[in-house]
Design a protein around this ligand. Structure first.
Ligand code: G16
Length: 545
């Protein structure tokens, strides 16, 4: 095809490494950064086709491996409303990434054009960015070659957070419409979110400073710019682990994933009782909060706690606004702590559903709700207002000043939330606003319910693709009979629950367990991890307490 005339020439600069199979996983392609050049080049080609398939709407490409170690990298596509790539395209991505030669690559691209009836005469538009990883510049150059090969109208946002790129994409595609989302610039992002935040907290007492562990990633400079834009004592922050320059520091013993998985504070943060702390991950799309009590004991406020805080606040505002038939719902994954699910169902009396891991899955479930709150326990999530909910808010006619205040707050919350994807900075402002409005400390927020002890482990195996699951990833269908072993182990522990699933971002299998006591929980987690190791091709060290 004439349209692909330059692909072979550019592709020769970025040959596919032999012996590696790439797969578009939980959050795009993720693997060792040095092996990804051909994949990122090809994602450039696919981004252009995706844009052409959407009549020239702007598509986003983010080069990041988020919470993964610094040596990894990754790439993912962002659809026109700032959401994750439509899942039916993930198969195309995998096929195109694995084409063995230039001829096969062109054939794979032609197959996408054919299957999607793409008009290749449309000018493709793509914006892109990357995080702070050392492999980023080389991969960005490969992406630019892919974009150039198809004559793309492309623009770089440089080094920004993943959610900022999602926001820019949505802004560009909604500009001049009723759904206009904001200015597609960093300044526009900061102005939108800080403006909504300040509207919500105006007149309330000032909070104590918030200590932020930025995982030595892009969140560090960006959150400083956010605070400068707010220029307000309502957002007084101190950034820790903000070194984006020294090699080896990104996500190392710090960041949201480290804090959540190890249930302890990050390196470089000595917790003081009464002080307030949170951690971002490497590309600032996740956030968790934590504090130390008077005895110095560490307490984590994870994605489940953020979700229940937001759902409670929204539910109460909807009631105070006097708007009928506006239901707040909550989406969780199997990693949600059992006590959080009970609290949502039994105390808040809100509907809750389970989705597979990956914000793309939660996002789709939340779209089915009036106001859908979705968070993974790892701190990745946001809130969606359905078009029906927005219409109801528009039609609402307050009868009292209290109703008027509640409606204004709901509008401000909608502006405060990055609806395109989970966003550590926007979520931080959401939590801060609710805590300021309620006058709550972190320990008061934590009082809603007590987490069951839980443990998350990784098991390295020879081939994680043999692990298949069903039932929102809570039940293994392969390897055969491994689920029966897990069930038998779980049955031994009061309030025991455990599941096994292959990671979509790391070369490992994840094991989650919870139980009534810490000792039982840890024992269950290591028994299940040991069974996986023994029966399903474990390699390296056998998991041990
Ligand atoms: C990504 C996804 C998250 C997911 C996490 C772990 O996070 O965006 O939705 O929970 O990976 O996924 P898995 O267990 O399949 O490895 P991030 O922050 O790395 O983009």
């Amino acid at each position: 095809m004439a349209h692909f005339a330059k692909v072979a020439e550019y592709s020769a600069k970025h040959p596919k490494p032999e012996g590696i199979e790439f797969a578009y996983g939980t959050a795009g392609f993720r693997t060792v950064g040095d092996t990804l050049e051909s994949t990122v080049f090809r994602v450039g080609l696919l981004a252009a086709l995706r844009s052409q398939g959407k009549q020239g709407k702007t598509i986003g490409v983010m080069i990041t491996a988020s919470h993964n170690p610094e040596g990894d990298n990754g790439v993912k596509l962002v659809d026109p409303m700032g959401e994750m790539l439509q899942q039916s395209w993930e198969g195309y991505c995998t096929q195109v990434a694995n084409a063995a030669s230039s001829d096969e690559l062109v054939a794979a691209l032609a197959a996408v054009v054919e299957a999607e009836s793409i008009d290749t005469s449309v000018t493709p538009r793509v914006v892109y960015a990357r995080d702070t990883r050392p492999s980023g510049p080389l991969l960005q150059a490969a992406l630019e070659d892919g974009l150039a090969a198809l004559g793309t109208d492309a623009a770089s946002y440089g080094v920004v957070t993943t959610p900022q790129l999602h926001y820019f994409v949505r802004c560009r595609n909604t500009a001049g419409t009723d759904a206009a989302y904001g200015e597609p610039t960093e300044a526009g992002y900061f102005a939108k979110y800080t403006g909504a935040f300040l509207r919500l907290v105006d007149g309330k007492p000032h909070p104590s400073p918030l200590h932020i562990d930025a995982a030595n990633g892009v969140g560090a400079p960006e959150v400083l710019k956010l605070a400068a834009a707010a220029a307000s004592p309502y957002l007084s922050i101190e950034v820790h682990n903000g070194d984006t320059v020294t090699p080896g520091k990104l996500n190392k013993d710090c960041g949201a994933d480290h804090v959540k998985s190890n249930q302890r504070s990050p390196v470089g943060m000595a917790l003081q009782p009464g002080s307030r702390y949170c951690s971002f991950d490497g590309d600032a799309d996740r956030i968790v909060y934590y504090y130390a009590d008077e005895r110095g004991t560490f307490h984590l406020l994870d994605g489940d706690k953020i979700s229940t805080l937001a759902a409670t606040y929204l539910r109460d505002l909807v009631a105070a606004a006097g708007i009928d038939d506006l239901q707040v719902g909550v989406v969780q994954t199997a990693y949600a702590n059992g006590n959080s699910t009970s609290y949502i169902k039994d105390t808040l009396r809100l509907p809750t559903v389970f989705a597979k891991t990956g914000v793309k899955h939660l996002h789709h479930e939340a779209e089915k709700m009036n106001i859908g709150v979705y968070f993974e326990a790892n701190g990745h999530g946001t809130v969606l207002f359905s078009p029906g909910a927005v219409a109801k808010l528009r039609r609402a006619t307050p009868q009292t000043p209290a109703q008027d205040d509640a409606i204004q707050r709901l509008w401000a919350l909608r502006d405060l939330i990055n609806e395109s994807v989970g966003d550590a900075m926007s979520d931080m402002l959401l939590v801060e606003a609710i805590l300021i409005c309620k006058g709550w400390s972190l320990s008061q927020w934590d009082e809603a319910y007590t987490d069951l002890p839980s443990r998350l482990l990784k098991v390295v195996v020879h081939d994680r693709t043999i692990f298949k699951t069903t039932n929102a990833e809570q039940t293994l269908t392969s390897p055969l009979r491994l689920q029966e072993v897990v069930d038998a182990l779980v049955a031994k522990f009061p309030r025991g629950r455990a599941f096994v699933r292959p990671s979509g971002t790391e070369d490992a299998v994840r094991v989650y367990a919870e139980a009534a006591t810490r000792a039982d929980c840890d024992q269950l987690a290591y028994l299940v991890a040991g069974a996986v190791f023994d029966k399903a091709g474990g390699r390296g060290d056998r998991p041990a307490e």
